[in-house]
Ligand binder design. Structure first.
Ligand SMILES: [Zn+2]
Length: 172
């Protein structure tokens, strides 16, 4: 299974500006329309097109440091309700502000993502197709994963594209 994430350039630059406006980790939620299709070679592809980007204000964080960030449950619940009501998928994005080169999810992230993704899939009905994804951003790099909409575990995101006058590929 492959996965692609696409976001408009204006929304992405606003999200990045928020995320890197602090020396501590920050978060944003991206709400995305998911489509699931089978490519000509027979493999299943999940396409996520972001329709709404929501930087999480620091006031809505219950824990924030240079190495950890956690969002207040009430804020996340509102986002879940929005996804439920609109059939949208959820992409959580956070920074590792001290990662200057390659970036990867921390052990805490790796332990946490299957739990939050499973909670999302249990909360939002599967029609239209929906999934949960996570992105971590370093200063110059990104890494991303998504969960099989059928609940079959985590997969790496294959492509991340920023749509402006040109399509800019973000290296994963
Ligand atoms: Zn992290």
């Amino acid at each position: 299974m492959r996965g692609t994430l696409r976001i408009g350039a204006t929304a992405w630059s606003a999200v990045r500006e928020h995320l890197f406006g602090s020396r501590d980790e920050r978060m944003a939620y991206l709400l995305a329309r998911a489509s699931v299709w089978t490519d000509p070679w027979g493999s299943e592809v999940v396409d996520l097109l972001v329709t709404r980007a929501m930087p999480v204000p620091d006031a809505a964080l219950r824990l924030q440091s240079g190495v950890r960030v956690e969002v207040e449950a009430a804020f996340t619940r509102e986002i879940l309700v929005a996804c439920y009501e609109t059939g949208l998928s959820l992409v959580d994005v956070h920074t590792h502000p001290f990662a200057v080169g390659a970036v990867s999810f921390s052990g805490h992230d790796v332990a946490n993502m299957p739990v939050t993704h499973a909670e999302f899939l249990a909360a939002v009905p599967p029609d239209p197709p929906r999934t949960a994804a996570s992105l971590v951003l370093g200063q110059r790099a990104a890494a991303g994963v998504f969960t099989d909409p059928g609940g079959g575990g985590l997969h790496r995101l294959d492509r991340f594209e920023v749509l402006g006058d040109h399509v800019e590929k973000v290296a994963l």
